[in-house]
Design a protein around this ligand. Structure first.
Ligand SMILES: Nc1ncnc2c1ncn2[C@@H]1O[C@H](COP(=O)(O)OP(=O)(O)OP(=O)(O)O)[C@@H](O)[C@H]1O
Ligand SMILES: [Mg+2]
Length: 437
């Protein structure tokens, strides 16, 4: 009998009388089941999908953890490049929803946990946060996991150990995802480099061809003009006119290509945007007014100055005005408004010039496409589709921007932003206001 008792104790690890033997055995089996469940969850947590988004990853971890730990909400937080991004998975009663919180931070992840808990008290009042750090293979902390509970329940030692063990496994998976993102980013940059090298090669080739074609084309145009004068009232006159007009179109394409590949020489100087608008309207104002358009000017006073190439900026304004004219064909009360203004964006001062028309407008899905080279909705004889892409290239070469807003059937608004000259560089240091006229 004595031996049997000893044998049972050795087999089960339970040292007790027969009376409490079964209840202890049940407890042990429950404990084993719990441990098994924990192992299964840890195993699942090592299989975080490498290409999942961070909100998806946070919800995945929360779902797994909810099987073995008690909590209301969960957050996966990553600190990278001075930015803390926290993906807060909230249980809404029937599903998890993820909110992203970002903040620029100074310092290392371990020191940020306390501040994070304080910040999150605003988002989740009456919740108590428990965090464990995420460590990389090089033992650097790059983030943390946080559980939010309603009651201030002291976690027992087993639970704390378990949460820490989970963090070490999740850390490896999250680090892999971060590495995957880095590699992906590098592949994208490489692809962009290849693309821009290709574009540069095409630009060089286009510029070469354009130069070659420029001289014979000048001769063709000159001779065509001479012949046109001699041939008035002959049956061949319309044919000659056609030759001349096609020549002009080729010249336009070539000039656009030359600007596109920036092979033309330009002088940079301090220029007032008012003078640019004045010159352009002097050039094409007549063309606009015969189309029945009203051109309104709302220029800032005193005139805003920028540093750049007058010829190139004029080219942008001409492109924008001619596009507006085309969009206004067959419109009732066609109007173009040119406005200049100052704007501060990301701590930099810009001067802005906008061209507004109440014309056909642009569909939202086309707003980016219109800046692509050779994108045009106009008849072949009318548009080359290079106007806006050339204009965008010029704006960017000046350190500026060009963008469009529109409502289809209502209006289009094109805005050109150019870096403003610093006060000491400009002759005017006064305040700027708007002179509507
Ligand atoms: N103000 C505008 N309103 C409506 N659509 C516009 C406007 N400006 C541009 N677009 C659209 O964007 C397209 C591209 O314009 P872009 O100036 O690049 O080329 P284009 O005017 O067709 O030809 P090009 O300027 O080379 O003669 C136009 O064909 C037109 O569909
Ligand atoms: Mg155009």
């Amino acid at each position: 009998m004595q031996n049997k008792q000893e044998l049972l104790e050795k087999l089960t690890g339970i040292q007790s009388s027969r009376k409490s033997y079964y209840s202890e055995l049940i407890y042990l089996v429950e404990e084993m089941k719990k441990k098994n469940k924990q192992l299964a969850v840890i195993n699942q947590l090592t299989q975080i999908q490498i290409n999942a988004t961070w909100p998806q990853t946070s919800i995945y971890i929360a779902t797994q953890l909810s099987q073995i730990l008690l909590f209301e909400h969960f957050a996966l937080t990553i600190v990278k490049g001075g930015i803390l991004s926290s993906y807060l998975a909230k249980w809404t009663g029937d599903s998890w929803q993820c909110h992203t919180l970002t903040k620029s931070v100074l310092g290392e992840a371990p020191l940020l946990i306390e501040q994070y808990h304080l910040d999150l008290q605003e988002v989740l009042p009456e919740h108590h946060a428990t965090s464990v750090p995420l460590r990389s293979q090089l033992n650097e902390t790059f983030g943390f996991l946080t559980l939010f509970r309603r009651e201030a329940r002291q976690s027992d030692r087993d639970e704390t150990d378990l949460f820490q063990l989970i963090a070490s496994h999740v850390g490896v998976a999250v680090e892999n995802s971060l590495l995957f993102q880095d590699v992906n980013e590098k592949i994208k940059i490489e692809a962009q480099l290849i693309q821009s090298a290709k574009m540069a090669a095409i630009g060089e080739m286009a510029a070469g061809i354009a130069h070659e074609l420029n001289s014979p084309l000048t001769a063709i145009l000159g001779n065509a003009q001479l012949l046109m004068r001699e041939m008035t009232d002959t049956p061949a006159a319309p044919l000659m006119k056609d030759i001349y007009q096609c020549g002009v179109r080729c010249k336009k394409i070539i000039q656009n290509l030359l600007t596109f590949s920036r092979q033309e020489e330009y002088l940079f100087a301090t220029i007032s945007i008012d003078e640019v608008v004045e010159d352009v309207l002097g050039l094409i104002g007549y063309q606009l007014s015969v189309s029945g358009l009203t051109v309104k000017r709302e220029m800032a006073h005193p005139p805003l100055l920028f540093h750049g190439s007058r010829h190139q900026i004029e080219q942008i304004v001409i492109n924008l005005l001619l596009n507006a004219r085309d969009a206004l064909a067959d419109k009732e009360d066609p109007q173009i408004t040119i406005r200049s203004f100052q704007l501060e964006e990301e701590g930099r001062l810009y001067i802005g010039l906008s061209v507004h028309d109440n014309g056909s407008g642009i569909a939202p899905e086309l707003l980016q496409q219109i800046f692509q080279p050779f994108y045009s909705t106009k008849e072949q004889t009318k548009g080359t589709g290079l106007g806006l892409s050339v204009s965008l290239g010029i704006a960017q070469a000046h350190g500026g921007k060009l963008f469009a807003e529109s409502e289809e059937g209502c209006y289009s608004l094109f805005t050109l932003l150019l870096p403003q000259l610093a006060e000491e560089e400009s002759e005017h240091g006064e305040e700027t206001d708007i002179d509507r006229g």
